[in-house]
Design a protein around this ligand. Structure first.
Ligand code: NDP
Length: 507
């Protein structure tokens, strides 16, 4: 892929019309309603998406339950499930460019990033395909001489995956890879702000040969379709990525039915630069933490902590990079900062810019909506750096989800740790230092599910990912993720010739 290669949006000039996938059939919403989805760069509607409601969610849950209880999926060997996942991975690799273009058109993420993501997503399915037939129970060495005991690791049943708009396909891979390898069936609901790529992706399931109903995709607005998805008695588990507030509502709703829940809820991650760091690398690491994807990532390193000996020069260097960043068409591979994915998010970021200024933060770059010609009619925010931020300001405590960096000073390691951990969140953190002892102490004492040392925003299907504190519950990725889609059954087989005293427990 050359740097000058230019991509065009799918269906340029025409309106794409998407359908949901329920029980192996492409269907409209029961009431025939649709909503329009705009391209955040052109601000023009490019597709219509079915506006499903609770009755559509129920249809999808029943299809998933039927596939789990009575379909060929439930009787398939684990090795056969693995083969289907591998076939799916091959099809995603084949269609990577097309899927990436659709996602960019829908949520404005950079093609340069999405192309990489789509080439990587097949690896998730290969990894979990390999794991499918290695999910073993155990023979238990029982202390009872006349008893043979073993465990089976069994799927939960119907799992509901609810994803956010910032990376719908990657987030779907986090959930489907381990969940399908374990033998569950799924109802997936992407965000109303970026549904198209998931609907396209679902077509590959049919082509890969998955039985109908193993994956169902419903679309619509969370409040109109979410009730059934989170409370229906046939749903065994809900796995969610999104905001803290919605996560809380989903957790409460799922708790009424005692469903299992995995939540990934974002944060206010500290990126900590010590004065002995390789500063060129640290600048790049801080930029990648906050301006990549226009800051719309759950792991955004939105709180920058810099040691006071280098604070002014470091922050000024960031300001220069921010002012010089190339903004524009996300399909153009030379673009560094694309649009904000949707209008409510754009408005929210602008509000936080005002809040930061009113709190006394010093804006040294950006601080406003972008008015550059290359931004066209898109919803852009200038990459923004606020200096002289205190950790008590709202700009340092609340998730902005945009290209807005809050830079805080610290004196020494203890103070850096105190500031870094003084947050209700704990998804990720970054440490920039050449001192191995300091790196190890920091990695031990930071209260976050991920600590990156001299790097930032690295992910892998092999490595668990999830939050401490209010950033979430459970882990995705790695072998640990599969455990969250399995339950253990203990089987006891008596080899005794008679049943002993029936009025006593067998202890
Ligand atoms: P939400 O948390 O509201 O949405 C995430 C997903 O949940 C979407 O699919 C949404 O559907 C769905 N949803 C919403 N309400 C319900 C409900 N009652 N029951 C079931 N599902 C529901 O995120 P937003 O898109 O509104 O973004 C708001 C903020 O969340 C952002 O400003 C950002 O701070 C944060 N965020 C965090 C992310 C992360 O990775 N941690 C990712 C995205 C956003 P629908 O969109 O159709 O309503």
């Amino acid at each position: 892929m050359s740097q000058t290669q230019q991509y065009t949006a799918p269906s340029a000039g025409t309106l794409a019309r998407y359908q949901m996938l329920i029980g192996g059939k492409r269907v409209d919403a029961s009431a025939g309603e649709v909503f329009e989805t705009p391209n955040p760069f052109t601000n023009e509607v490019w597709a219509t998406i079915p506006r499903g409601r609770n009755e559509d969610a129920i249809r999808a849950i029943e299809a998933a339950d039927e596939a789990f209880q009575n379909g060929p999926w439930g009787r398939m060997t684990a090795s056969a499930r693995g083969r289907l996942l591998r076939r799916l991975a091959e099809l995603i690799a084949r269609d990577a460019e097309r899927l990436a273009t659709i996602e960019v058109t829908d949520n404005g993420k950079l093609m340069s990033e999405m192309h990489g993501q789509l080439r990587y997503i097949p690896e998730y399915f290969h990894y979990y395909a390999g794991l499918a037939d290695k999910l073993q129970g155990a023979v238990i060495p029982s202390e009872k001489e006349d008893m043979f005991s073993f465990t089976r690791r069994e799927p939960l049943g119907v799992c509901v995956g609810i994803t956010a708009w910032n990376s719908p396909l990657l987030l779907a891979a986090y959930k489907l890879g381990p969940g399908l390898a374990a033998g569950n069936t799924f109802v997936l609901k992407p965000s109303e702000h970026a549904s198209a790529s998931t609907l396209e992706f679902a077509k590959l399931f049919e082509e890969a040969g998955f039985p109908p109903g193993v994956l169902n995709v419903v679309t619509g607005f969370g409040p109109e379709i979410g009730e059934a998805l989170t409370t229906h008695p046939k749903v065994a588990k809900v796995t969610f990525t999104g905001s803290e507030g919605t996560g809380q509502r989903i957790y409460e709703a799922a708790a009424r039915g005692l469903k299992r829940v995995t939540l990934e809820l974002g944060g206010k991650s500290p990126n900590i630069v010590f004065d002995d760091a390789n500063l060129d690398n640290a600048v790049n690491g801080v930029i990648s933490g906050i301006f990549a994807a226009a800051g719309q990532t759950c792991v955004a390193g939105s709180r920058l902590l810099v040691q006071d000996t280098i604070y002014d020069q470091f922050v000024e260097r960031l300001g220069e990079v921010a002012r010089g960043a190339r903004m524009g068409n996300p399909l153009d591979l030379s673009t560094q900062i694309g649009p904000i994915a949707n209008a409510p998010q754009h408005k929210k970021i602008l509000e936080y810019l005002d809040i930061a200024k009113s709190e006394g933060a010093r804006c040294i770059a950006g601080g406003a909506a972008a008015q550059r010609a290359e931004c066209g009619k898109g919803m852009f925010i200038e990459p923004t750096v606020f200096a002289d931020v205190s950790n008590q300001m709202r700009i340092a405590r609340e998730e902005v989800f945009g290209p807005v960096l809050a830079a805080i000073r610290f004196k020494d390691m203890d103070e850096a740790l105190a500031i870094a951990n003084d947050t209700p969140y704990g998804l990720a953190s970054g440490v920039w230092t050449q001192d191995i002892q300091r790196a190890l102490i920091m990695s031990q004492r930071l209260q976050a599910g991920t600590v990156w040392v001299n790097t930032y925003r690295a992910i892998s299907y092999t490595t668990p990912f999830g939050g401490y504190k209010r950033s979430g519950l459970g882990r995705e990725n790695g072998m640990e993720a599969v455990d969250a889609y399995l339950q253990t059954k203990s089987v006891w087989i008596s080899t005794a010739s008679e049943v002993p005293n029936p009025f006593m427990m067998r202890v």
